[in-house]
Design a protein around this ligand. Structure first.
Ligand code: NAD
Ligand code: MG
Length: 411
């Protein structure tokens, strides 16, 4: 298969991972799957190995990896199985692949995603938390490694398409005035504020337009997802906070827009299906089919827009504040959000308490400079410890709130 792109997918069993494999399988002449990785869902990774025949499969969890290895041997599949964060990192930088899809959820994806950047891969980024938590460190690694960074997040992929092809992270030189990030507003946009007290994780995950993993679904309901995306856009495109605007667009047809100095606004449109931005990044600079339904604007009818209500969505305000504070503030924002969402899933936190916890962490952990991965992980840990203090002061039960996330050990 000479000339085919050789692909490693970090987080292949998730929503983005599965959509990526769906696109890849449509183009066997273009893509070869080299390695797949997952946390601990053996059934899912085994099925993917049987279907896509990677040379390597990695699971974070050692017991899960042992079980996967047993099943792979029994099925007579030729695939090496490894376990642990070091193996994940090794898979991300291995020369066998030229392209790495970073689709682990949360700061757990930081180390392998950074490794792929340092190794100069063509890096297709879905794991926005890696960029949010470690912005300057991550961008320096991309630069030093000579990696090509291609955004998969639909809004950032839209911006990538609406910016000039030779855009060199200099908005003024490109005549860019503003970036407009669209947001659906999630499932609770029109729900009375008082009703948010009682919403359940399943209600928060019932997104009106997108089918996604559970963590990002809650982030969409709080609009923290859009806040993380503002920070992501800042680092990807070097645009300051005051030039990034969020626009609620409930139909999720326009995925984002770039406004130029002459008044032109260039947008990217499509049905809300992640296979479109994934195919755009996989094939770039060529266009390849993605298996999606094509957009029928006459059937869509009207497109609507409104400004976000920061009273309803305090997480969006907090994300802007963290971006403006700089340094480790976005790292703390992300850590507090990861703890809050996990506690919400556990039933230990009500939905409106998610921003309360994050606000407390940001108020109590001063922003510090981020010179390297060690600073990022220290800030992450300090924020989780503060989150644990907030939770215990409110009597929440606390398994894991102050614990370090798997895969974030500094080296
Ligand atoms: P998901 O929960 O569906 O999948 C997460 C994947 O990461 C799984 O393969 C899981 O095994 C792996 N994983 C989880 N924890 C891990 C750990 N500690 N160590 C190693 N691997 C681990 O998540 P998703 O919705 O696919 O999202 C993945 C990333 O893409 C997130 O950063 C999300 O913000 C971003 N993203 C997702 C969408 C979407 O439509 N789902 C859209 C834009 C951006
Ligand atoms: Mg997005």
């Amino acid at each position: 298969m000479s000339g085919a792109r050789r692909i490693t997918i970090l987080g292949s069993t998730g929503s983005i991972g599965a959509s990526t494999l769906d696109v890849v399988a449509r183009h066997p002449d273009r893509f070869e799957v080299v390695a797949l990785t997952a946390h601990r869902r053996v059934d899912a990774l085994f099925e993917q190995c049987a279907a896509h025949r990677p040379r390597l499969a990695v699971m974070l969890d050692a017991d899960a990896a042992a079980e996967l290895a047993r099943r792979i041997r029994a099925a007579g599949i030729d695939c090496e199985v490894r376990a642990g964060i070091d193996a994940l990192e090794a898979a991300a930088q291995a020369p066998a692949a030229d392209t790495v899809v970073a689709a682990i959820v949360g700061i757990a994806g930081l180390r392998p995603t950074l490794a792929a950047a340092r190794a100069g891969k063509r890096l297709l980024l879905a794991n926005k938390e890696a960029l949010v938590t470690a912005g300057p460190v991550f961008m320096a690694a991309v630069q030093a490694g000579g990696a090509a960074l291609l955004p998969i997040d639909s809004e950032h992929n839209a911006l990538f398409q609406a910016l000039p092809r030779d855009y060199a992270r200099e908005p003024a030189r490109a005549g860019v005035r503003r970036i407009l990030l669209t947001a659906s507003g999630g499932p609770f946009r029109g729900v009375p504020l008082a009703a948010l007290e009682a919403v359940t994780p399943d209600e928060a995950c019932a997104h009106p337009n997108w089918v996604m993993g559970r963590k990002i679904s809650v982030d969409s309901a709080t609009m923290m997802n859009k806040g993380l995306e503002v920070i992501e856009a800042h680092w990807l495109f070097n645009v300051p906070a005051e030039s990034i605007e969020v626009l609620i667009h409930p139909e999720s047809v326009i995925h984002s827009l770039v406004e130029y100095l002459d008044g032109s606004v260039i947008a990217q449109l499509g049905n809300p299906d992640m296979r479109t931005p994934i195919a755009c990044a996989l094939g770039f600079p060529e266009r390849i089919s993605a298996g999606v339904d094509y957009l029928d604007l006459a059937r869509t009818g009207a497109l609507h827009f409104e400004r976000p209500d920061l009273g309803r969505f305090p997480c969006l305000r907090l994300a802007y504040e963290a971006l403006r504070a700089g340094g480790s503030a976005p790292t703390a924002l992300n850590a507090a959000n990861e703890v809050a969402v996990a506690e919400f899933f556990r039933g230990a936190l009500r939905f409106p308490q998610i921003p309360e916890l994050i606000e407390d962490v940001l108020a109590n952990i001063p922003a510090a400079p981020l010179a390297g991965l060690g600073d990022v992980l220290a800030a992450d840990r300090a924020a989780r410890e503060q989150a644990a203090r907030w939770l215990s002061s409110r009597g929440a039960r606390l398994p894991g709130a102050g614990r370090r996330v798997a895969g974030t050990r500094a080296r």
